[in-house]
Design a protein around this ligand. Structure first.
Ligand SMILES: *Cc1c(COP(=O)(O)O)cnc(C)c1O
Length: 387
């Protein structure tokens, strides 16, 4: 019998100890006691599914999280990482060498941009940036021999949706691997592998935890890649997740589907309520028919962005008047969060780049939580009235 994502989210990957515990055990251990010297030797040669060596390589609680997330994503294998950035770094660095070419979409999370723009070129990897929604730019940049393409399937903070299937076709024709950062799509709405992604990366810090407690991440894909070069790179460079954080994430997966669907329904209600408000220059939500890539992500996700007419001062007055929405920079949390990218997450970018990416002084990213959407709308509307 094939289990759906929701059933996998509750039962997938479970390993029970001899006690038959209902709630998955937290194996807070870095090492493992081998029954004999011969057994230790054998395990170092070839460790079985339920044989562990050292927590930097693997741990039973971490393995449960990896197997459960892989089952939800529809991936053959998963390596869990200490953070989303450890996952992005591992996915990229494990697969490139000096002389390689990587093509990436320009609209990226700041730390992803740092890896591509600063780190990879230092080691002789040529990185070319394109406008991710322009397929002609991908076609021109992905020359034969390009090693990998990298993009956020839904970009932060202006929520452009990239056509994964079309970019994958261009990349694969040139022999390049497709690595996607899929945070905004979430494992609930993801079909990245079906669309042609070779490697899917998550920051589990966001929706997987979903309650703002722990850092974590994951690299998913085919077994030969994830348990091959990715695992080799990660286990020797120390990016493994802690068993405690993996346990928090594992339990987070049980409610992921319910949370993300409720948050997405609220995000849609808020976007619909705000669209057309004269105090806003734009309401950006992939789930709205007005979004240019609505057809690529009709589910819309849990995040919307608004562009407040009236510039930075008016926008700050609005943010400071919010009562329920917290001013912070996580996303996917049960608590609704308002972020001002131009002065926080994207502050570092030169003004010209901000303008090019649509990061205006009025842009506010809204990560919708689990509160009553009517309260969230009332709070936003009241705050817009206080500008
Ligand atoms: C948060 C985030 C990351 C980094 O994840 P951390 O867990 O904070 O390291 C990478 N990509 C995207 C799109 C993110 O939102």
């Amino acid at each position: 019998m094939t289990w759906s994502k929701r059933t996998q989210a509750v039962h997938g990957g479970t390993r029970r100890s001899q006690y038959g515990e209902m709630s998955e055990a937290l194996f807070l251990t870095q090492g493992f006691d081998y029954p004999s010297a011969e057994a230790a030797e054998a395990r170092f040669v070839d460790a079985g599914q339920d044989e562990f060596i050292y927590a930097r390589y693997g741990n039973p609680t971490v393995a449960m999280f990896e197997d459960r997330l892989a089952a939800i994503e529809g991936a053959e294998a998963c390596f869990a990482t200490a953070s989303g950035m450890a996952a992005v770094n591992g996915a990229l660095m494990s697969g490139v060498a000096a002389g390689d070419r990587v093509v990436a979409a320009r609209a990226l999370f700041g730390s992803c941009l740092f890896i591509l723009e600063d780190i990879l070129p230092r080691f002789g990897v040529e990185v070319v940036f394109v406008d991710g929604t322009d397929l002609d730019q991908w076609r021109a940049a992905v020359t034969p021999g390009t090693r990998a393409v990298f993009f956020e399937t839904v970009s932060n903070p202006v929520l452009e949706v990239i056509d994964t299937a079309a970019v994958a076709e261009i990349a694969h024709a040139a022999g390049a691997r497709v690595i996607v950062d899929n945070v905004f799509a979430t494992p609930v709405f993801s079909d990245a592998i079906e669309q042609g992604a070779d490697i899917v990366v998550y920051s589990a810090t966001k929706h997987v935890d979903g309650q703002g407690r722990c850092l974590g991440g994951a690299i998913l894909g085919r077994r030969d890649e994830v348990r091959g070069p990715v695992e080799t790179y990660m286990k020797h460079t120390g990016g493994a997740i802690s068993p405690f954080n993996a346990w928090v994430m594992l339990k987070g997966l049980e409610t992921l589907d319910l949370r993300v669907r409720a948050q997405a329904a609220s995000a849609r209600a808020i976007a619909e309520a705000l669209e057309g408000d004269a105090r806003l220059a734009r309401v950006i939500y992939p789930g709205l028919a007005s979004h240019p890539q609505n057809a690529l992500f009709p589910e819309g996700g849990t995040v919307l962005s608004i562009d407040v007419a009236g510039g930075k001062d008016a926008t700050f007055a609005m943010l400071d008047a919010l009562e329920i929405w917290k001013i912070s920079n996580n996303l996917g949390d049960a608590k609704s969060i308002a972020t001002h990218p131009a002065t926080t997450t994207h502050q570092r970018l030169p003004d010209a780049t901000k303008a090019r990416l649509g990061i205006t002084p009025g842009l506010v990213r809204l990560s919708v939580g689990l509160e009553d959407p009517a309260d969230l709308i009332a709070d936003l509307t009241a705050a817009l009235g206080r500008m």
